[in-house]
Each structure stands twice: as structure tokens, then as C-alpha cells.
Design a protein around this ligand. Sequence first.
Ligand SMILES: [Zn+2]
Ligand SMILES: [Zn+2]
Length: 189
Amino acid sequence: MSRGYNSTIQRKKKPCKICGRPSYIFSKGRCEPCARVEDTLARDEMENEKIIQEEDLGGLIRDADAIFSQYIRLKYADKDGIVKCFTCDVKKHWTLMQCGHYIKRGHMGLRHDERNCRPQDAGCNEYKDGNIPEFTKRLELESPGITEILNEEMRLPYKVTREKLTQVISYYSTLVNEMKKKTNKQQVL
Ligand SMILES: [Zn+2]
Ligand SMILES: [Zn+2]
């Protein structure tokens, strides 16, 4: 009777490089659930990049980004067009601010999602790469549980389409035009 090799191999748990939990390593330093999620996300992103190229959606994405960014900055601006950075409280005219994403823009399903976006100054959005620890803390204060929801939604398969992008552009264009009319937010300092 053979006992086989497996019985003599001691598998040791190591911390997964994604979730940090002690796990049997599945691939590239990751536990099995984390490896599956990451590989699915990578495949998803590659497929979306292919669709964007084949259907020539680059221009539509830029237009959707631009109008959605205006909307997010105007949404949180006061009547004079002044808006506070979500993660450091610096105040500036909305035209000088940026639209920051909690889950990175590469995840197309949350790229134009209001729950995922807040105004940020360049210091936080660019130089601190989104200032994510503070972003997490403040989103949670606003709406407990939201960061877990967004992190789960990030893992759902999502396909970018011309229709969805066109919808974003027309929906937010209407809102932005109304907001600009209502106040003197249009004024550029
Ligand atoms: Zn893991
Ligand atoms: Zn800031």
C-alpha cells in the first residue's frame, strides 16, 4: 500500500499578498479566492480595452468623463461655485478641482457612478494617488458599508458599450446645464 507523496509534503500557510490572510498560496503569492478575482478582473479589463479599440469608443469615454467630472464638482459646490476637497478640505472654485474616484477609473462599471466619486484637489487626486485611506474613512462616515459594496461591485463582470456611454453623456449634460443656469457657478475665477 502506497501512502503517496502528498502525505509527506507539509503545506504551510503564508499571508496572501492581496488580502493578507494566512492561506495556502494558489498562485503568484495569492490565496485561491484572491487569485480568481484578480484574474477575472484582468480578463474583464482586457476585453473592455479590446471593445474600446474595435468600436472606437475612446472619444465617447473622454466626453463621458468630462461631463461627469463637471457634474461631480458642481454637485458639491456652494452657490459661489466653491467646492471642498473630499479628502483634505482644501477649498477652491469648482473649475480648479478634479473628480476623484474611490475605485480606480479602469473599472468601467464604477467609472461614472456617483457613489464612487467626489471632488478632489490635484494634491489628493494626483500626488496622493486618490488619498484612498482618507477617501475610505470619509465615505464610510457618510454611508457605512459603502466601501465594501463598491469593492464587491468592482468584481462583477462589466462590459462597456456605446449605449451606456451615450446615456451617461446625455443624462449628465442635462443636469450640468441646469446647475450652471441656476447659480453663478459658471463663472471662472
Ligand atoms: Zn487572499
Ligand atoms: Zn485634497
